[in-house]
Design a protein around this ligand. Structure first.
Ligand code: BGC
Length: 814
């Protein structure tokens, strides 16, 4: 049997092209049967949703360069568009995050044509149209999608002829992104292909005005493009903007929208300059030796000269002046006020960014940390706006994972910088602490279990390496000390709606559930596309047994996520995560995802498996497109806005993948090894902000191990940190399927019992990969036996799920 997403079942690498094509056809048809079915029912996305897709897609476009005022285009320009991606546009990444049955897609060329103001060199457009038809793209199949599409080779004659008919060239370069595989340090993935270089060389030789659009899921090598110098006038990351991609691009090129996107990642000169480049892609494990020095935290501290485009960078057609910056600190609350004035000729928005240089004391600290930001409204020329940015001083604290196991604000000067990117930000205020302040006392948790050395900054920002502290506690004892009480069983006949209506308590209801029911609640309905849910669902959980449904527990439909609703029916396709985050527009992200939430209600999805909150640790991670940034603060704020937007429509978000799913290679076995400090300050911080600010109703664990323990068996992350420290009240689900294993602390517990004791409530989709529709038996096998799982644990597990179910859109449908 072929599983549509199980790359272990068929390994293709060595199979020849024609056979690949055949298999591709078969697998795609299986895929469609399982998840899609190609619903032909007409579907019209809501006007507001289209509008928000277009607006947020355009706001995420990051302009890196624009010399000689080449952009925006005027109605006098005639534009020659090069690159097949003008027709074969990348709208989203491959995999679960983008597999939406989209009702329509606006290619880059369609978008330019929709904009009647743009004059296109139609002769060249016809050449591309013909070539694209004669050389159709093949999207391959799961995990074997193309990294890019083969490019037409541009001859000197073609470029020269185009230049004789037009004054501006737009060159589009496209890169696919995708789940379950990495981008590669190869031509056609991270680097340009020969044909792309040829195209750039011929076009830059023939044209004075050359605009390069990067239709990519994540950052690619920029050194080659940079080397063209002024021969390339403009460079824009347009990302992948879902169904409205072409319209977003046309809006930006013509100045209907002024670019206001900012990089959410640092772009380094060379791949080797990224601090994780030596410890990424290992099959079994990766030591996060760069520790907390991820992205700009590393570059601004140790390697300023290795940066081409700094974090937060992005140009506009207009210019802004930030003035009257003031800092006020009152106990834990920092407030920054400033005035932003549009000093140029075009309307536009600016992102004001606040960075802090905190004392680099005993614990070491990056030279800059993003502390807060705000985006202005669209300012007309000469218009001003007063902005206020607030954040907690304690959010700048460092986690001491050596001695105190606490967040500490180290004594000394906290210098604050304001500006439009991490490099340009200028010092405008400071605050001094006379003594160290412990802002949160915690305990050593989820610490490293293996030995390696990590990077640290000494007081002069020199690199030093020291041993990562390892776990010094008995996890077994901690778990035993916190086992939940059993609820005494009754055989009353209670209905779940009585709990909703406040007539009986949840405890009283749970007391009536038998073992079989408790087992069923702890897993989904075994398969993707469960018949209990909306067709094409990712899985269904909750009322998966007739007896549970009779009691009134609803069957809850989950769908991917993040770029739209993946169902059999058609649904809208959103801009990718990186594009949304590049807008730095939290209200916009909220509004966009509120619209998605409303579409979920319309289409019958209760839980969107989104947002993706993992950190861009390395530019090659295949799923970076679904995630937001190298920075945890921006990530957390963006995720919180998305979750609030979705949940304001009455449906649930499900942030993922908790935690450290920072690479796709061997993702179900890989161990992310890191210090507790890096874990808390970088990799968990986005989740923490999101959970505390937006209270998602569900959360998904990761496939990988974290310091030796799989996400779906990770008591320390799920029970101690997520629930214990952050107060998470919702339900925790696994990523799809899980690894079989025994608890090292409790050898009698395996698989589902190990998982439930670890506080991971629901196995998704619920069955093993054999496709058998029955429990694997591991949950109840040891129930009530010495050293086995307890009734109290099963009941508490059910309570978390039912507490969400009570508040779910599925319940309110009943
Ligand atoms: C992905 C998840 C996704 C799930 C369901 C997994 O392979 O890692 O992000 O939500 O499948 O499709």
């Amino acid at each position: 049997m072929l599983y549509y997403k199980n790359k272990d079942v068929i390994t293709m690498n060595k199979i020849k092209k024609p056979i690949m094509k055949l298999i591709s056809k078969v697998v795609n048809s299986v895929t469609q049967e399982v998840t899609a079915g190609g619903d032909s029912a007409p579907f019209e996305p809501a006007d507001n949703l289209r509008l928000m897709c277009r607006k947020m897609g355009a706001e995420g476009v990051v302009m890196l360069k624009n010399i000689n005022g080449v952009l925006p285009l005027t109605k006098d320009n005639i534009v020659s568009v090069f690159g097949r991606v003008q027709n074969d546009t990348f709208y989203v990444g491959y995999g679960s995050g983008g597999d939406v049955k989209v009702p329509y897609k606006v290619s880059i060329m369609d978008g330019l044509r929709n904009n009647h103001f743009i004059n296109i060199n139609e002769e060249l457009a016809a050449v591309y149209e013909k070539w694209c038809k004669e050389n159709p793209v093949d999207d391959g199949f799961w995990g074997h999608w193309p990294m890019c599409y083969e490019e037409m080779s541009v001859s000197r004659e073609l470029a020269v002829r185009a230049a004789s008919k037009s004054d501006t060239a737009v060159v589009v370069i496209g890169r696919a992104a995708g789940e379950d595989r990495e981008n590669k340090l190869e031509e056609g993935s991270y680097y340009l292909t020969d044909n792309e270089k040829l195209m750039l060389t011929e076009v830059t030789a023939a044209f004075k005005n050359v605009v390069v659009l990067l239709n990519c899921g994540s950052v690619i090598d920029m050194a080659e493009l940079y080397a063209y110098g002024d021969k390339i006038s403009s460079i824009l990351y347009i990302w992948q903007n879902g169904m409205e991609t072409g319209n977003c691009v046309a809006d930006i090129l013509t100045g209907i929208e002024t670019p206001s996107g900012k990089l959410t990642d640092t772009i380094a000169i060379d791949y080797a300059d990224y601090p994780s480049s030596d410890d990424f892609g290992g099959r079994l494990s990766n030591d996060y030796t760069e520790d907390i020095y991820v992205g700009y935290r590393y570059f601004e501290t140790f390697a300023k000269s290795k940066v081409i485009y700094p974090f937060g960078f992005g140009l506009s057609y207009t210019t802004f002046e930030i003035s009257d910056s003031k800092l006020e600190v009152e106990t834990d609350c920092v407030t920054v006020t400033a005035k932003v004035k549009n000093t140029g000729r075009f309307k536009g928005k600016e992102v004001v960014q606040i960075y802090c240089c905190a004392p680099c004391g005993r614990l070491g600290k990056p030279a800059r940390i993003l502390a807060g930001f705000a985006k202005t409204k669209c300012l007309e020329p000469a218009e001003e706006e007063n902005i206020t940015i607030s954040f907690a001083l304690s959010s700048l604290a460092s986690y001491d994972d050596e001695k105190e196991f606490s967040y500490i604000l180290e004594k000394g000067k906290y210098k604050f910088y304001i500006g439009s990117d991490v490099r340009k930000a200028e010092r405008f205020g400071e605050y001094e602490l006379a003594e160290d302040v412990v802002t949160e006392k915690l305990a050593q948790t989820a610490a490293a279990r293996s030995e390696f050395k990590r990077l640290k900054a000494d007081e002069n920002y020199n690199k030093v390496y020291s041993h990562v502290p390892t776990a010094q506690y008995s996890l077994k004892q901690i778990i035993l000390d916190n086992l939940p009480e059993e609820i005494e069983r009754t055989d009353e006949k209670l209905s779940f709606s009585d709990v909703r209506d406040g007539k009986v308590t949840l405890d009283a209801f749970v007391a009536t559930l038998n073992n079989e029911e408790l087992e069923a609640i702890s897993r989904g309905d075994y398969v993707m596309n469960s018949p209990l849910g909306t067709p094409g669902n990712a899985a269904v959980f909750g009322g998966v047994l007739p007896s549970l449904r009779e009691k009134g527990i609803p069957a809850i439909t989950t769908t991917d996520g993040p770029s739209g609703i993946r169902l059999k029916a058609k649904a809208s396709l959103m801009p990718i995560g990186t594009a949304v985050a590049s807008s730095w527009n939290l209200e916009g992200a909220y509004e966009l995802y509120r619209e998605v939430g409303l579409e979920m209600v319309q289409l019958g999805s209760d839980v969107l498996l989104a947002p993706g909150i993992n950190i861009h640790r390395n530019p090659l991670c295949g799923r970076n497109f679904e995630y937001y940034s190298e920075d945890p603060y921006l990530t957390g704020k963006m995720a919180a806005a998305v979750v609030k937007g979705l949940q304001s429509a009455g449906v649930s978000a499900c942030p993922k993948h908790f935690a450290c799913n920072n690479q796709e290679v061997n993702r179900t076995h890989n161990d992310s090894r890191l210090s507790e400090r890096a874990l808390r300050e970088i990799y968990l911080k986005g989740f923490e902000i999101c959970v505390k600010e937006a209270q998602p109703w569900n959360i998904m664990t990761s496939y990988n191990k974290i310091n030796g323990v799989w996400g779906h068996y990770n008591y320390e992350l799920c029970v101690r940190i997520l629930r214990g420290e952050w107060g998470f009240k919702g339900s925790i689900m696994t990523d799809w399927w899980m690894r079989s294993s025994k608890s090292p602390e409790f050898p009698k517990l395996a698989d589902q019992a190990y998982r439930v004791r670890a506080g991971v409530n629901v196995l998704m989709p619920g069955g093993g990969r054999t496709g058998k529709r029955k429990p694997d038996g591991t949950l109840l096998r040891t129930l009530g036996k010495e050293g086995g799982i307890t009734l109290g644990e099963l009941q508490q597990n059910a309570k978390y799920i039912l507490n969400y179910a009570l508040n779910s859109s599925a319940m309110n449908k009943e």
